[in-house]
Write a new protein. Structure first.
Length: 213
């Protein structure tokens, strides 16, 4: 088992907590209140901007040409995700320019940027991988649930979100970041703590969308 796989399995409790959180289950059933998703879109766009900057810092700190290439590819993927959020914002009438980050969003972005600025590329990978792997897990799991739910007769308003993160292209990006984690990280307490911290912040991020703080 690779280090990335080991870390994911160690944090499956948090992944399951995220999957069964009312916000995520509301996405699955389509019952999530509109205002919660609008809040999420604005906060996630703010978060993704910081995520892209963390990739840029990892690229700058990369010890080899292959790492620079791989981080550039991942940075391009986040830019595409940000364009998708711009489209969502228009569709859901959300003003991204007027977003005030919540406490949970700031805690996550501050953690990512501090790690990418001050610590090793391996630790940066450990801090960033949970976001990619968790979203791939959520998207794929929710898409499978939708395929097996024959009782749904109306289109889920959040189907596009689900399909974005269930897509093979997103899985490829998640795997690429996991390979970078395996390449640049070692099996240390610091790496395990960074991964666990990011997973915890992911859960807090979902919780904040329904609590509004």
């Amino acid at each position: 088992m690779s280090l990335a796989q080991q870390l994911w399995q160690e944090n499956m409790d948090l992944a399951q907590a995220a999957l069964h959180h009312p916000f995520v289950q509301g996405l699955r059933t389509g019952s999530l209140p509109r205002e919660y998703f609008q809040r999420y879109i604005a906060q996630d766009a703010y978060f993704l901007d910081a995520f892209a900057r963390a990739y840029a810092l990892a690229l700058a700190h990369s010890p080899d040409q292959q790492g620079m290439h791989d981080f550039f590819t991942l940075l391009s993927g986040v830019q595409e995700e940000l364009r998708l959020h711009t489209s969502y914002a228009r569709q859901w009438q959300v003003s991204l320019e007027q977003t005030t980050p919540t406490t949970a969003t700031l805690a996550y972005t501050d953690f990512l940027l501090a790690t990418a600025s001050l610590h090793s590329v391996g630790e940066t990978c450990a801090a960033m991988t949970p976001c990619m792997r968790l979203y791939a897990f959520l998207g794929q799991t929710l898409a499978t649930a939708a395929d097996t739910d024959s009782s749904t007769t109306t289109r889920n308003h959040y189907e596009d979100w689900i399909q974005t993160y269930a897509a093979p292209e997103f899985e490829t990006l998640a795997q690429q970041l996991e390979k970078l984690l395996d390449r640049y990280s070692t099996d240390t307490t610091t790496i395990h703590q960074a991964y666990r911290r990011a997973m915890t912040l992911e859960l807090h991020f979902f919780e904040a969308q329904t609590a509004g703080n």
